[in-house]
Design a protein around this ligand. Structure first.
Ligand SMILES: *Cc1c(COP(=O)(O)O)cnc(C)c1O
Length: 426
């Protein structure tokens, strides 16, 4: 029996604990699992039987979370990892090799731009950044060494929406997997696999957990990509030397990516989630639908209020009819355009600094996707390394702040911004 989204958010991946009947998912705080006998152990190591060996690979609490997020995204398999950034490496790992590249959107979370610009070069991988509003630019950037296409559903922090259907068509034609970072939308607002994504990555740190308590990540595989259609993905389609010559794709079909990620990715990279973190995220997801409804409702009202305010120059929220991504947001995120957006304030850099110093309800933090409303001024924090005359993206301009709208009473959120804007611009 398949259930609706709101039911899956509470039930998917879990059943009463087989050992104790515990209704809530227990925190299996254990490193290892006793084998029934030598034959059982051999079968587990040969992937001839699925079971628990060691918690760097799998753990019942973490598996429950993987299965829940997998169900919500409509995937075939999923793996959890230690952070959103770990999820990105884990998604690329089975696909890439030295000399290979990923074609990525210019509109990505700053930390991802950093990871893709510099750190992955240590593995011999590289990224080519292009404007994903232009499918032709993506097509032009793809070369013989490209192994993946990467974008975000709702781009952090600019609030742009990616046309996943159009991007997936380009990926399809090139025979490449599309990886979508769905952190800021969550599966409540968008299910990228339904728009053609191969893999979905999450920072569970944000809306999935929802209250700023956990650092975690998830990779969901659609199970639909044919890794054997070309010779581009030998780790999945050819005998894998890292696992005594197992050929993952034909042997494991739609679960090939997931098993590779556990048996080799987690085994050797060790970017494992911890059971307590998985438990908090499971608790968070139980209320995902309710929270996201309130997040987008509040964000819409705050954005509309700000747009009508004389102290504000511009509001970058796709939920507003004036926004260039408004029509696209109806297709990609029909339940709301998220709760993360930027605001250009009259009075420039100094007014923005005063604004973040004047808020009382908002928290001045680098996080997003918390029940609490959050604020940051990129130009004086995350992007202060940029030199004065370096070209900056619109969202990192000196007069721009980023808001992550929480689920408090919207009247209190607006009142706080109102008094802080007064203090900042008078
Ligand atoms: C925060 C974030 C990440 C990184 O996640 P961590 O859990 O902080 O490692 C990746 N992508 C997006 C869109 C994010 O907002």
């Amino acid at each position: 029996m398949t259930h609706q989204f709101d039911t899956l958010a509470i039930h998917a991946g879990t059943a009463p604990d087989p050992a104790t009947g515990a209704r809530q998912v227990p925190i299996y705080q254990t490193t290892a699992y006793v084998f029934r006998d030598a034959d059982h152990a051999a079968k587990l190591f040969n992937l001839a039987e699925v079971g628990y060996i060691y918690s760097r690979l799998t753990n019942p609490t973490i598996s429950a979370l993987a299965n829940r997020v997998c169900a919500l995204e409509g995937g075939a398999g999923a793996i959890c990892c230690s952070s959103g950034h770990a999820a990105q490496i884990m998604a690329l790992f089975p696909l890439m090799a030295p000399g290979r590249n990923v074609v990525a959107s210019t509109r990505l979370y700053g930390g991802t731009i950093q990871q893709f610009s510099n750190t992955i070069r240590k593995f011999g991988w590289s990224a080519k950044f292009v404007d994903f509003d232009d499918p032709k630019a993506i097509e032009a950037a793809i070369d013989g060494d490209t192994r993946a296409i990467f974008c975000e559903t709702i781009c952090n922090p600019g609030g742009a929406i990616s046309d996943l259907d159009a991007i997936a068509r380009v990926a399809d034609q090139a025979g490449l997997p599309l990886i979508v970072d769905n952190t800021t939308a969550t599966p409540y607002l968008c299910r990228p696999i339904e728009h053609g994504a191969t893999l979905v990555v999450h920072s569970a740190t944000k809306y999935l957990t929802g209250n700023g308590t956990v650092t975690g990540g998830v990779v969901v595989d659609s199970g639909k990509f044919n890794w054997s259609a070309s010779d581009k993905f030998p780790s999945l389609s050819q005998p894998e030397p890292a696992y005594h010559g197992l050929v993952f794709h034909p042997t494991l079909g739609g679960m090939a990516f997931t098993f590779h990620s556990i048996a080799i990715g987690l085994r050797d990279l060790g970017m494992t989630m911890n059971p307590q973190g998985a438990h908090y995220t499971l608790m968070g997801i139980e209320t995902l639908s309710l929270r996201m409804q309130r997040h987008v409702q509040n964000a819409q009202m705050v954005a509309e209020w700000l747009e009508g305010d004389a102290r504000v120059e511009k509001v970058g929220y796709a939920g507003l009819a004036s926004n260039p991504y408004h029509v696209l947001s109806r297709k990609i995120t029909p339940n709301g355009a998220g709760a993360l957006f930027t605001v250009a304030v009259k009075g420039g850099y100094d007014a923005c600094v005063k604004l973040v110093d004047s808020v009382k309800l908002f928290s001045h933090v680098a996080n997003l996707g918390d029940t609490r409303s959050l604020i940051i001024h990129p130009a004086s924090t995350t992007h202060r390394q940029l030199s004065e005359d370096a070209p900056v993206a619109a969202w990192a301009a000196p007069n721009v702040i980023r808001l992550s709208i929480g689920i408090e009473d919207v009247r209190d959120i607006i009142a706080d911004l109102d008094q802080a804007l007064t203090a900042a611009t008078q």
